[in-house]
Design a binder for this molecule. Structure first.
Ligand SMILES: Cc1ncc(COP(=O)(O)O)c(C=O)c1O
Length: 337
């Protein structure tokens, strides 16, 4: 396990923690993080942290994870830690910390940011991002000599989580089909790299079309996923989501849905299958899902309504079930602390 660079305070009693508390107590839940965790140190977020030679900055040569914490507990941590390790391995990036140390680091950051509070009715959700860059290399080029020996840089940020607004849940989200296609045979398809220009481009297409998000298809025209979420359809008695063979991210929320008793209680059978735009157009309901936003109704694609064009009842029931499950596991984990 990589050691911290120095003895900078890593508990809530340190100076950066005070910087963070001020930010956390700022009005509104969108406050930028006041403190970040960088390779073992808690640092004020506003100061410069990385050299120009950082590979993440130069080349998007890195991987990341985003997840939610509830009541100071990172939700589905084991799943996110495993996916981070798989992403890093795909790019031959050595993770300098094991999952226990990363969990500890998240705890330190949440405490320093005042985001570890558990009160009712506000469960104090936080959105967390762990970014791993291959590190810094002064040499030019993609893999200059010495690349195998550099140490990866790990940064963790945490924000007060802003739930999807009620107005958005009431109307549902609208998407357009992106011109960006996903190649399922690409070795990095489904790997959470920091090279997100494709996704940014797809989001720009959505912005320009006045939509909320964009849907990516595979090169042979199957449904893949949205820019930051998996896609799920409800058709008759089936809850259907594209297979991992569509080159999608193996989402943790998607995996939860595939095994959730809440799905079965609604009389639905969860399946992974090849899905086509025609399946989406003919679905009774659809939604997007991710660990931070949760389950969000999808009501329109390319200007055409899905089902009634309004958020589906089963979608909203699943959203409520997922949020309740998150709270249950967080309370349980917290009571064990
Ligand atoms: C492209 C993409 N697909 C799917 C997801 C959903 O994954 P999860 O449910 O693990 O958040 C994300 C989340 O960041 C994503 O970026």
């Amino acid at each position: 396990m990589k050691r911290p660079i120095d003895d900078a305070p890593s508990t809530r009693s340190g100076a950066p923690a005070r910087v963070a508390s001020r930010a956390a107590s700022a009005p509104g839940r969108t406050a930028a993080p006041g403190v970040v965790w960088l390779d073992g140190r808690l640092l004020p977020a506003a100061e410069p942290h990385l050299p120009l030679t950082d590979r993440g900055f130069q080349l998007g040569d890195g991987v990341f994870e985003t997840l939610r914490a509830r009541r100071g507990v990172p939700v589905e941590w084991a799943e996110h830690a495993a996916r981070l390790a798989e992403s890093a391995a795909a790019l031959a990036i050595r993770l300098p910390y094991d999952s226990d140390r990363l969990a500890e680091a998240i705890g330190e950051l949440l405490a320093a940011s005042g985001l570890d509070q558990s009160t009712d009715p506000d469960p104090g959700d936080a959105a967390i991002r762990i970014t791993v860059s291959r590190g810094t290399l002064a040499g030019r080029g993609l893999l200059p000599p010495g690349w195998e020996r550099i140490s990866a840089t790990v940064a963790i940020q945490a924000w007060p989580h802003v739930p999807v607004p009620d107005a958005v849940l009431a109307r549902g989200v609208r998407v357009v089909t992106s011109s960006v296609r996903r190649d399922p045979d690409h070795p990095l398809a489904g790997v959470k790299t920091t090279s997100r220009a494709d996704h940014v481009y797809a989001r720009l297409e959505a912005e320009r079309a006045g939509a909320d998000d964009a849907l990516l298809l595979t090169i042979d025209g199957r449904l893949a996923e949205a820019t930051t979420a998996n896609v799920v359809l409800i058709a008759g008695g089936r809850l259907v989501t594209p297979t991992l063979g569509a080159g999608i991210l193996a989402g943790t929320t998607r995996a939860w849905l595939l095994r959730a008793s809440a799905v079965r209680r609604l009389g639905l059978v969860a399946v992974e299958a090849d899905c086509w735009p025609t399946d989406l157009a003919a679905a009774d309901e659809a939604f997007l899902c991710s660990s931070v936003a949760g389950i969000v109704p999808l009501v329109e694609v390319d200007g055409r309504p899905i089902g009634t064009g309004r958020p589906g009842e089963r979608t909203l029931a699943l959203r409520a079930a997922r949020e309740a499950w998150i709270d249950t596991v967080a309370r349980r984990a917290r009571s064990r602390l």
